[in-house]
Design a protein around this ligand. Structure first.
Ligand code: FO1
Length: 313
């Protein structure tokens, strides 16, 4: 059994490779939901949907989010009423949010709705939100205009403001009172291997670890936990991890990842271009495994998944 902590695109690609090399039914992915937000009354769960669409081979590879061949006619029509249109809700993607919202309003918990959506897309792995409760990443920023600090929702900072304002603090509202979704803690207890996917350590993995019980499970099972560094050559493979790690005092390197994760994982997979960092990773008390982590296609993702799982065999 394998349990994986997962954020968005990087995790989705890794999981797509993983299900090539192990039985998908043996995998439970625990996905960040602190990026979730409501638009036009609809609940949008970006990381759950990135994982779902990628595993279904239905995602837009170039854009990195949403569905391939997507159109945005509804969003264009909403512009007539003044929007807001900064968050790109695609016409077919909207069906997912409509369905999810309807089911939540009918009283179904998020984990049950997530399973229904995963089944509808033909997925065979177990896909779980980290919690059924609302947890929201709050990013405190300062502008270079010298105005007062502002606190933004994740999608406001990431999409509307294009990660531009400098970050001074990150919090996960609701996390301390959240309960892990049914099945999450059992999956972590039962797993032979726990993978921390190559996701943003601050805003993707951070919220999952903030849900009571999850970090504790990983600390207790540290020898069975392997992480994949999302940082290659001193920069994130994708996304704004550097804009969040540096201000929070985390070195933007595989060594920084090792330091941030050393309590929860004994092994860290780093990219071949960072081979020279291996000794510094080891000095953090984390065993480095060096391989190609740039998931250009499913073949590389599958090889990375095999090496990652094999690292604890
Ligand atoms: N990312 C963008 O950069 N711009 C968008 O307009 C956008 C819309 C969007 C709609 C649905 C969805 O599930 C994801 C969407 N994303 C968009 C991606 C999202 O912001 C990120 O995947 C994450 O929250 C970071 O992991």
């Amino acid at each position: 059994m394998i349990a994986a902590l997962a954020g968005g695109v990087g995790a989705a690609r890794f999981l797509r490779g993983l299900v090539e090399v192990v039985d998908p039914a043996s995998v439970t992915a625990v996905v960040n939901t602190a990026d979730d937000d409501d638009f036009f009354g609809l609940r949008v769960c970006p990381d759950l949907d990135s994982v779902t669409y990628t595993l279904a081979d239905a995602h837009d590879q170039d854009r990195g989010w949403g569905l391939a061949g997507e159109t945005f006619a509804t969003l264009g029509a909403l512009a007539r009423y003044g929007g807001p249109t900064w968050f790109g809700l695609g016409d077919r993607d909207l069906a997912t949010h409509l369905f999810r919202t309807e089911r939540l309003h009918a009283g179904a918990p998020l984990h049950a709705v997530t399973a229904e959506i995963a089944r509808a897309w033909g997925l065979h792995l177990h896909l779980l939100p980290m919690t059924d409760d609302r947890v929201a990443t709050r990013i405190t920023v300062v502008d270079d205009t010298g105005g007062p600090p502002r606190t933004l929702a994740m999608q406001e900072w990431f999409v509307r403001e294009r990660c531009t304002p400098a970050v001074t603090a990150v919090a996960f509202a609701g996390a301390a009172d959240a309960a892990a979704a049914p099945g999450v803690l059992d999956a972590l207890d039962a797993a032979d291997t726990i993978v921390v996917c190559p996701s943003n350590p601050v805003i993707s993995i951070g919220p999952i670890l903030a849900v009571p019980g999850i970090r504790e499970r990983l600390v207790a099972r540290r020898d069975r936990v392997v992480a994949v560094s999302p940082i290659v050559g001193g920069a994130p493979v994708k996304g704004p991890a550097d804009r969040l790690m540096a201000p929070l005092g985390i070195e933007v390197s595989s060594v920084g990842i090792a330091r941030a994760y050393r309590d929860i994982c004994a092994t860290l997979v780093i990219d071949a271009v960072d081979a020279a960092d291996a000794d510094r990773v080891a000095a953090e008390g984390v065993r480095p495994v060096v391989t190609d982590t740039m998931m250009r296609d499913i073949g590389v993702a599958a090889a990375l998944a095999r090496t990652t799982i094999g690292a604890l065999a």
